[in-house]
Design a protein around this ligand. Structure first.
Ligand SMILES: *Cc1c(COP(=O)(O)O)cnc(C)c1O
Length: 464
């Protein structure tokens, strides 16, 4: 099994990025519960034949869809060790939790947070953003909110983020019971950053009608174009108004590792909380999200609860309090910290930073190649590692959607789509450390080739 998966990673470039799943393969996974055992070798053979070839392909250098990390063999092997140990990191006195605390200490160091800041591995930034909303809610209403509920306070909390923010910020408002309508979506400026003046106006308008503004979420690396909000300005506004300042840095926050990009994140060190993923730019295998909270006491007060079976002691296995389960909703938790610790130890922070810089350099290369190609046009400035462009055509939206499907089905490259100023864009997010200029060239060559084919195919007209 180890040989096969290492071969897969070593020769991944020779494979299609993704391929459509044949019906008979899909049908293999609709069987009833196996009662009898099956030989391990046979199950592994099924994995090789019917699972491995039909994954989404984000380990492949040609994968540029959405924002997915590439993973590494080091992370993979560490995950194997973690699974063998089968550690449960909810609590108790064990070195695996010290490994998680070690990573927390590195994270504090990276973002200039104090020793009293708390943090936790979670599935991903979606969960991390939810935790930040819940802690900010405790800050605004007091820990009594956990008993009385938000309605009990009589206050109506409102939050603020930009139109470029990820949908999971709205989801966090929904799940926390504050409601999606209590999230104010602030327009963006020409550089796709939150419009600071509009933010101030929205806060003032809400206050004037008796609402309670409590939370501002800035973004480092917006999903559409990779824009970075002006965090220093947002920190000034949020703290000037007494609001919680959160940063969604799912992909982008780890750019603090890259000396050429880090200055653009200025202000992140003033955040009250930061959500980010090691599984994107950090190249740690899925999943490895992280939440960092400046006020560890408040974070603890948001989640800790007394339970007789979780009683703490000063000696024995029940020592070592507080435990990770006191800082989030999960009691049973896997050893996500190990693959992250291995990745940072083996590659070192500088090398991880160089990978991040390298993907941005590739994005700029891609931007230049697009500008040199008359059949293509850029739809947004290349700010970070995301390139939005399209094939020029009179029916551009339809043609470019067809091109992206054709690219994905060809196995040559896998970009995704987004909408920029109402226009459908081909979106390439370069996150994978394996991607190089040859992958960019192949994507652009195939885009032009498919564009020529699809621009000629007349759209079948709908009957009136
Ligand atoms: C990916 C992403 C998220 C969601 O993170 P998950 O790890 O997928 O939960 C949130 N915000 C931004 C800006 C993202 O890029």
């Amino acid at each position: 099994m180890l040989d096969d998966i290492l071969d897969y990673l070593e020769h991944i470039r020779e494979r299609p990025v993704w391929q459509p799943i044949p019906q008979d393969v899909r049908a293999l996974f609709h069987q009833s519960l196996p009662k009898e055992p099956t030989d391990l070798a046979a199950v592994h053979e099924t994995f090789m034949q019917d699972i491995l070839p039909f994954a989404v392909g984000n380990a492949h250098p040609g994968f540029m869809g959405w924002v997915h990390g590439g993973g590494t063999p080091v992370g993979m092997l560490a995950e194997m060790l973690a699974a063998g140990l089968n550690a449960n990191l909810g609590g108790r006195d064990q070195i695996p939790i010290e490994v998680e605390r070690q990573v927390l200490q590195w994270v504090r160091e990276l973002f200039g947070f104090p020793e009293t800041a708390s943090g936790l591995f979670v599935t991903g930034t979606s969960m991390a953003n939810l935790i930040s909303v819940l802690v900010a809610r405790t800050a605004a209403l007091g820990a009594g909110v956990r008993h009385q509920g938000i309605a009990g306070s009589g206050k109506r909390l409102t939050a603020y983020t930009s139109a470029g923010a990820h949908g999971c910020i709205a989801q966090a408002m929904d799940l926390s019971g504050l409601g999606i309508d209590a999230l104010r979506v602030i327009p963006m400026d020409a550089r796709h950053r939150m419009d600071a003046a509009a933010l101030e106006r929205a806060i003032a308008a809400d206050r004037s009608v008796g609402l309670t503004p409590f939370f501002v979420a800035g973004t480092v690396g917006t999903v559409d174009v990779g824009a970075i909000d002006d965090l220093a300005v947002l920190a000034d506004i949020a703290h000037g108004e007494g609001l919680w300042f959160h940063v969604d840095g799912a992909c982008g926050a780890l750019a603090v590792l890259a000396p050429d990009i880090a200055p653009r994140l200025e202000g992140i060190e003033r955040a009250d909380s930061i959500a980010f993923d090691f599984h994107k730019w950090g190249q740690v295998p899925y999943d490895a999200g992280f939440i960092l909270v400046r006020d560890g006491t408040l974070h603890h007060a948001t989640f800790a609860s007394p339970a007789a079976y979780l009683r703490r002691e000063t000696r024995g296995m029940a020592a070592g309090s507080p435990w990770p389960c006191d800082f989030g909703p999960d009691l049973s938790r896997g050893f996500r910290a190990l693959k992250t610790w291995f990745t940072i130890k083996v590659y070192g922070a500088e090398k991880l930073g160089r990978v991040i810089s390298g993907t941005c350099e590739l994005a700029r290369y891609m931007g230049r190649r697009i500008e040199e190609t008359p059949l293509l046009e850029l739809l947004a400035p290349v700010s970070l590692n995301i390139v939005c462009f399209r094939y020029r055509s009179e029916e551009a939206d339809r043609v470019n959607a067809d091109i992206v499907t054709a690219l994905q089905e060809s196995g040559i490259a896998a970009p995704s789509t987004t909408t920029i100023d109402g226009r459908l864009a081909i979106r390439a997010a370069i996150v994978n450390h394996r991607t190089d200029t040859s992958d960019i060239d192949a994507l652009l060559r195939a885009t032009v080739a498919f564009g020529e084919v699809h621009a000629k195919t007349a759209q079948p007209r709908k009957a009136p």
